[in-house]
Design a protein around this ligand. Sequence first.
Ligand code: F0G
Length: 353
Amino acid sequence: MARWREFLPVTDATPFISLNEGSTPLIHSPKLSARVGRGCEVFIKYEGLNPTGSFKDRGMTMALSKAVEAGSQAVICASTGNTSAAAAAYAARAGVACIVLLPAGKIAFGKLAQAFMYGAKVVAIEGNFDDALRLVREIGETEPIAIVNSINPFRLEGQKTASFEIIEVLGDAPDIHVLPVGNAGNISAYWMGYREFHKLGRATKLPKMTGFQAAGSAPIFYGKVVEKPDTIATAIRIGNPASWDMANAAIRDSGGSIDIVTDAEILFAQQWLAANEGIFVEPASAASIAGLFKCLGSAPCATCPFPQIAEGSKIVCTVTGHGLKDPDIAREQCGSVIPAKADKTEILRLIAG
Ligand code: F0G
């Protein structure tokens, strides 16, 4: 992230609270490219390889650096798990207190383990993410605690650097960018980054921003708040996204689209990506791959950019978090072990079967 300093709202007085986040790989996918056809190429931006295993680290380095610069002694966030893991880690690094408000019972275990180990104060509320964020806003109004959710503008500033990296590797912006949408900060941040580099002449074009929500948690797609959001992809189980307007603007201004994928489609895509490309991501992250499959199938949404895709187009799918974040899903989805005696003959017989 340090190499993008000139594009970030920092000065020499800003401390640099960093864990060497960013510079994640942009992995070419031959199998997905073949599925799209017409000489198009698909790349996967693997954000699970950030220090705490998700894209949130890009924003959190900025949020904590600015909070410490402003003299904050404590930070707070609402989270479906990844923001809290990142906040807890960067707060630990900065030596400030961290409080996280989580929807009770709806956080993947890996993320909870991170918040505990990084030493955050973990509060599990009876309510969903939207309730937790409302409470965080209220606490921020009266208490001297910095809010590090994406309503903190420094978060999106940090997250926009993923677009810079993609332009750097591809030599230009892609034609289509596909990503999961929850609280809608990330799609807004990518769009900010793409526009910034386009304006500076570092990219000749802008991608069509193509977002996917989980079918049971799709307020932007349906155009109304979802009171009881529901999905197996707990990271994007959000009914009233904070960056709703910005996301709508990104989708509209880029000529992109917003669509939904079912839990079954998400789980299929998660397993497909792991088993076919060796990239293990958490369910919410697989929404982008599920979305790509939907775009290529028989029922894409009315504004889907894929039917008009030009030959040789470049498509980037962001996968936002590491698969190990949610070990229970993996256990439920796949396999059982094959019990065997410590005996070569028996093992050979079993693996041949
Ligand atoms: N993917 C993952 C793995 C996430 O954790 C999130 C959001 C998203 C996608 C959606 O990104 O909110 O910018 O549209 N997680 C937040 C959290 C809400 O608390 O960790 P978004």
